[in-house]
Design a protein around this ligand. Structure first.
Ligand SMILES: C[S@@+](CC[C@H](N)C(=O)[O-])C[C@H]1O[C@@H](n2cnc3c(N)ncnc32)[C@H](O)[C@@H]1O
Length: 194
């Protein structure tokens, strides 16, 4: 219990420091709450052999929930562009594939990986998409579509609580959408299906 609390405090202070350095890209002052992380993690693919791609894992709040929901670390590929956060993730999840890089290069990064990855069953994204120009968000949505298996899911949270369809997701079918109030700030989780 004490160990868990110390780890959570360490992660929160690391996150806050990175937010102070780059608020736009870090996108939040504190890691996601266990409630938000669980709301994202419940959309794992049914095939345990499918890879799951996490974008913007930060200090690993959502990653931890994915593992607790049954994802094997070996089947997790995560792309984080902040090297300090990526280092922390490698310590926490030594068997997962943690890539330091830009999520917008996901196609190249997955192709060039030691174990090239052609497709994934789900993309779990915490990227602060609203902080990016619309054209960039559209480009990312297309890359996510291309890497997803047929029927695969893109799970994306946002601090924008309105119920509108995410503009970049118009080529997906929206499967579910819900607000998680127990988070700082509250967030909406949208689930899109290819
Ligand atoms: C809002 S935080 C979410 C962190 C964590 N998943 C959570 O929920 O607590 C967004 C994360 O996306 C990362 N990020 C921002 N732009 C990125 C990019 N272009 N490629 C990869 N990661 C990026 C940030 O460094 C940060 O760790």
């Amino acid at each position: 219990m004490a160990k868990k609390l110390i780890a959570a405090l360490t992660d929160s202070s690391l996150f806050l420091r990175e937010w102070l350095v780059n608020p736009q890209r870090t996108g939040a002052v504190t890691p996601s709450s266990p409630k938000l992380a669980a709301a994202m993690a419940r959309w794992l693919p049914s095939d345990p052999e499918s890879y799951v791609l996490e974008l913007g894992p930060g200090t690993g709040a959502v990653t931890q929930a994915l593992i607790e929901h049954g994802l094997r670390e070996e089947r997790l590929v995560a792309i984080e562009n902040n090297p300090k956060l990526a280092r922390r993730l490698r310590q926490r999840f030594p068997r997962a594939h943690i890539i330091t890089g830009d999520a917008w290069h996901l196609d190249v990064l997955l192709r060039q990986h030691d174990e090239p990855i052609e497709s994934v069953g789900a993309v779990i994204s915490s990227l602060p998409l609203l902080n990016f120009p619309a054209a960039e968000a559209d480009t990312l949505a297309e890359k996510i579509r291309a890497i997803l298996e047929h029927g695969g899911k893109w799970v994306q949270y946002s601090y924008h609580l309105g119920n509108g369809h995410h503009k970049s997701a118009t080529r997906f079918h929206r499967l579910a959408s819900k607000i998680v109030w127990l988070n700082l700030p509250p967030a909406r989780v949208n689930v899109y299906q290819k």
